[in-house]
Design a protein around this ligand. Structure first.
Ligand code: CTP
Length: 553
């Protein structure tokens, strides 16, 4: 296990083996390493790293007595394609996927011995059941997709998040199709059948079909070299989609359901995705997943929080290592930003943000951002605050949920650092506005505690805050407290007080537009807030006094 990856690669090159069994100093099997991990290590300049860091830990193993049927189940139905044969935890040999396929070819004329057929039937029933859980419109689209695929002689699968969510029993109507064959041609035919528009991306051989109701269907092409040869055994046939799925992030995202009429409902689960969904585990597909694409660090936390899943032990270890090695620095600012926004847009952002804070990711993204508290131990204060705000000012502009959570987390850090963070990750103006206004928070907080102040004094201190920062104030104050009451007075009443007049009235009165207009309107608002004036005529009179005192004559 202490051998460098490059040396393990040398052994594979010399012997032509597809993988190696890794042992500890006492010759106990501790993992396996395959060509895949080694190639990736070399690509990432990690040839010097010891094998133990990137080997597959706790591999599936078999004994010398394990039957072909059992091995087939392990090797074909689950993740592993390289199985150590052990006795007393000492290595005795290996069985590979190729060995099993070879053995199956040899026994194919004795169907009674093959567990594959009955497994296939079972997976078909399960997949069919899942499809029936879809709303009728989606079900109809998939049936049509299958017919179009049949007519073109291509294989069509429903893949990814929608299949995962069907197994979970969660709603999801984002249809992702994967085609073995001419994906773009298929997308054109399906778009014609559904009378939709099509947007092609020939470089990636993908297409998006936009339907008349605004819904869309994504179509991707499995790579040509994996095209199915008619008449091949199912396991070999599945190689096309298999190689597409194997590149994905987590086992739970590698499920697919075939839609062609001959195999309608056949569930493809090569990597134990259903089993991981059932036990609630986020498991990477290989030990380099986070190195290949470090945004998966954030995706892993997002999925874990969304589904209440745990990170599988080695996945958690790999995630921590990727973070400590600074892998997130390799990601473009835009991709980091999109991942953060995706987290904020989840149903329960607090859960995800607490995972992100726990792992110290904000501090890694930018050293100055480090929310000081362990959010996981605190009840979500933002959702209560948002609910309260909805009740206090019904029908008025409400802060976005995503922005409110962002503002709360950022309010725990130094406003100057937050601005640097927002610029570094190219956040848009709404977020920049929040970052800019954070420095007003201390004065605003203070104003909620003041015993004696006029309504206009309170409003002047709270007006500079964009609405997400009002949520922050609400989240910071206890429900029913004096501060909360004062904030409620501002949000529900004072914030809505506006002069009836505006700049056009001043122009009509013969004044030249300029900075004094703003000053006049502010003064009118203040007088109105404090109940000194109430009619339009009174507003004009107050404005005139200001405008006259500023006029050039
Ligand atoms: N994917 C990946 N690595 C990433 C992003 C995506 O491997 N960095 C893969 C995932 O396996 C995923 C598929 O691409 O299933 C589509 O990605 P996306 O639409 O982001 O994910 P969904 O699984 O559909 O999740 P969601 O429910 O959040 O839309």
């Amino acid at each position: 296990q202490n051998v460098p990856m490059s040396e393990a690669g040398g052994i594979l090159a010399r012997t032509g083996y597809s993988g190696l069994v890794v042992v500890d100093d006492d010759d106990n099997v501790v993992g396996v390493i395959t060509r895949r991990e080694i190639d990736k290590a070399l690509n990432h300049d990690l040839g010097h790293a010891p094998v133990r860091g990137y080997m597959i830990r706790n591999p599936e193993t078999v004994s010398e007595d394990t039957s072909l049927g059992e091995i087939q189940n392990v090797i074909i139905d689950r993740r592993s394609g390289f199985l150590p044969v052990i006795f007393d935890n000492k290595p005795k040999g290996v069985v590979t996927r190729k060995d099993v396929l070879g053995a199956l070819h040899r026994t194919a004329h004795r169907p009674g011995e093959m567990t594959g057929n009955s497994a296939l039937k079972e997976s078909e029933e399960f997949g069919k059941d899942l499809l029936t859980k879809l709303p009728p419109t989606q079900f109809g689209i998939l049936a049509l997709a299958g017919e179009v695929a049949d007519s073109m002689g291509v294989t069509c699968y429903l893949v990814g998040g929608i299949v995962r969510d069907l197994v979970l029993g969660h709603g999801n109507v984002d249809i992702d199709l994967l085609i073995e064959g001419d994906g773009i041609g298929f997308a054109h035919n399906l778009a014609e059948t559904l009378e939709g528009e099509i947007i092609e991306n020939p470089r990636f051989r993908t297409a998006k079909i936009i339907l008349s109701d605004g819904e869309h269907i994504d179509v991707a092409t499995a790579r040509e070299e994996f095209y199915i040869r008619p008449g091949a055994l199912p396991e070999v046939e599945a190689a096309g989609i298999r190689d597409d799925l194997v590149r994905r992030d987590f086992t739970i995202n590698t499920l697919a359901i075939q839609l062609n009429s001959r195999n309608w409902g056949r569930l493809i689960d090569h990597f134990g995705g259903v089993a991981d969904i059932k036990v609630g585990l986020i498991r990477v597909m290989h030990t380099f997943s986070f190195v290949d694409d470090p945004t998966r660090i954030l995706r892993a936390l997002r999925f874990a929080a969304r589904f209440g899943f745990e990170l599988e032990t080695q996945t958690a270890e790999l995630l921590r290592r990727a973070l400590s090695e600074g892998r997130l620095d390799d990601v473009s600012p835009e991709r980091v930003r999109e991942e953060i926004l995706a987290s904020l847009n989840e149903d329960e952002p607090w859960k995800i943000l607490s995972h992100i804070c726990e792992t110290g990711i904000f501090g890694i993204l930018h050293h100055g951002i480090q929310p000081p508290l362990c959010l996981a131990n605190v009840d979500d204060p933002v959702s209560e605050a948002l609910e309260w705000m909805k009740g206090i000012a019904p029908g008025h502009e409400m802060p976005g949920k995503d922005l409110s959570y962002f503002a709360f987390i950022m309010s725990l850090s130094d406003p100057v650092e937050v601005k640097v963070f927002a610029i570094k990750y190219h956040f848009d103006n709404t977020i920049m506005e929040i970052a800019e206004a954070l420095s007003h928070l201390p004065i605003a907080r203070e104003s909620l505690r003041l015993e004696k102040q006029t309504p206009s004094e309170l409003a002047m201190k709270l007006d500079p805050l964009p609405t997400p920062l009002l949520t922050v104030l609400a989240a910071e104050t206890a429900s029913g407290s004096k501060e909360r009451e004062t904030l409620g007075e501002y949000i529900g009443k004072l914030k809505q007080v506006r002069p009836e007049i505006d700049g056009t009235d001043f122009i009509k009165e013969g004044y030249e537009p300029g900075p004094s207009f703003r000053k006049a309107l502010e003064t009118v608002r203040r007088a109105k807030l404090d109940g000194k004036i109430s009619t339009r005529e009174e507003e004009i009179a107050v404005a005139r006094a200001i405008l006259d005192s500023h006029s050039p004559e």
